[in-house]
Write a protein of this length. Sequence first.
Lengths: 252, 135
Amino acid sequence: MLIWVILFSILGSIGAIAAAAIVMTLKEELQQKIIPPLLSFATGVLLTAALLGLIPEAIESSGGEPHSIMPAVLIAIFFFFILEKIITWRNCRDNVCEVHSQAAGPIVLLGDALHNLTDGIVIASAFLTEFHLGIIVGITILSHEIPQETGDFAILLHSGYSKKKALFYNALSSSTTIPSAIIAYFILSPFEPLVPFLLAISAASFIYIALSDLTPELHKHHELKYTLRQMLLIIAGITLMWILISIGMHEH
Amino acid sequence: MVDGIVITASFLISFPLGVAISLSVIAHEIPQEVGDLAILIDKDYTKKKAFIYNTLSGASTIPGAIISFFILEAIYVLIPYVLAISAASFIYIALSDLTPELHKKVGFKYSFRQIVLIFAGIATMVLIFMLKAGL
């Protein structure tokens, strides 16, 4: 199992950076064609993974007690709100964002390091619960990290980093996923009653990102063409995750 | 109208849940209606006209609640799904409509006040739910 934890940690951090770096080498217009669809797709993936995968799994593995799991989801959402207050610079994909300044670089990198640290814990706790949940969470993190890291690259370049420096620091801050996943895997193994709560917190982070970060971004486009495309891609994300989750359920 | 259905479904489950849901609907409707009024007045409606139209559209909650009371009482199995859809609408409004609005204000004073008030909202609801558990 550890090998899978490591594999998905690498994919979700360094893999996402590599994909983002490839996207960044493309022409501006082509980038604009790739990133928005990825955001829509990730919205569907995140919500489905949280609501149909993580929360039901957390409730089941805590002995069918929603009244202990759902408060964890609620408190975690509140916590993510406060965290976003502190790091308001995150997730701002607008290159001409007013908040962005020279200080944006270090803040983005610190935020990324923290975020990926939690990604590692999420991956480890999902694999500790069940193999199929680990795969679901791994894919979800990857789908959301690619547009995320592309946005981070844009901010770093905008705040004066050279391409090489941006790549190096972004890869460094992202790689926190790997040690945190490995450490979490060993620490959590003896504390299994904690795992459902970690799943609940992960679900909260997926819901928070999908609704409060990605959705307002999607609402910036109003034309019928964009709306249709967004809806199709969200449905694609939901369908993919739903299928993966139902496959896992048959193995129970 | 949807609000009315939600209120009915929650009262059919239990009285405290009904009270809690009604409070959440009211808490979110007040700023919402103020915003609607502002939009109507901005669109050159007179204050009086804006008030009347807004009240009319807002009043759709009442028939919504009454009609759904009879339908839901007859088709009891629907209630959990109505509650699930209401939960989805509450989460969607809170996260994708209200939260980005809250993040527009930067600065320690505003942030602190927002955090305290969100906490107050959570605490109020938790108290009502505890009341339910106690009954």
